[in-house]
Design a protein around this ligand. Structure first.
Ligand code: DER
Length: 229
């Protein structure tokens, strides 16, 4: 499966950037999952030593335990050397839409803290303008879902409550909240929209990540072979 090969290759490229002794922000999603796997393999081979991870979700926590990456918390560290995480959209200024996995609240804390934030995506995530394809995920406390939906509609967004697939009813985040996906025609000023969304009472965090990513590793398939640029 060329897509899986591409994700594995870009995940491995990110894992290869991790230096021994680092504190690593462990992102969420299917692409970052390969980075976590390869960090674990580098630890097992002895090539990498003394790594501790800060997970951005229960998914990252489970994967870190599966691949033998010791975990820590933000109370126990004073910095994060490198964070590796996925994205749903990347624009030419390296601004992102994240939250496809409903994990953007903890991701934003960890990714912003990191000295170096590496984004791992397949080529299909690149857009000229944020919002062209993906809706903006917004984590909302359950009691405020209806007024927040009204407020984002007034901003020109089309809100939709995110429903579970293998869970009846709305998706519940790792913090116990709900997620509204807000589709905008296209986002001209992501810096401003990010602030406006987070200022709506009841909103915990939105999936717009501006001025945060340091490097974007892009996995693509060229002549049937997975390549990273
Ligand atoms: O939820 C997130 O922000 C994830 O990083 C996600 O959006 C990317 O997941 P993928 O690598 O499975 O596409």
């Amino acid at each position: 499966d060329p897509v899986k090969l591409m994700k594995q290759k870009v995940g491995k490229a990110a894992a290869d950037l991790v230096k021994s002794g680092s504190i690593v922000g462990l992102g969420t999603g299917s692409t970052t999952a390969f980075a976590i796997q390869y960090i674990g393999e580098r630890l097992k081979s002895g090539e990498l030593k003394d790594i501790v991870g800060v997970p951005t979700s229960f998914q990252a926590e489970v994967l870190a335990k599966e691949y033998g990456i010791p975990l820590t918390t933000l109370d126990a560290i004073d910095h994060i050397d490198i964070a590796i995480d996925g994205a749903d959209e990347v624009d030419p200024q390296k601004n992102l839409i994240k939250g496809g996995g409903a994990a953007h609240t903890r991701e934003k804390v960890v990714d912003y803290l990191a000295d170096q934030f590496i984004v791992v995506v397949d080529g299909g995530k690149l857009v000229d303008r944020l919002g062209s394809v993906f809706a903006v995920p917004v984590e909302v406390i359950p009691m405020a879902v209806t007024p927040v939906m009204r407020a984002v509609a007034k901003l020109g967004g089309k809100p939709e409550l995110r429903m579970g697939v293998k869970k009846a009813g709305p998706v519940i985040t790792d913090q116990g909240n709900m997620v509204i996906d807000v589709k905008f025609d296209s986002i001209d000023d992501p810096v401003n929209l990010e602030k406006t969304l987070n200022n709506i009472p009841g909103v915990l965090e939105n999936g717009i990540f501006v001025n945060c990513a340091d490097r974007v590793l892009i996995g693509e398939v060229k002549d049937g072979q997975p390549v990273v640029r």
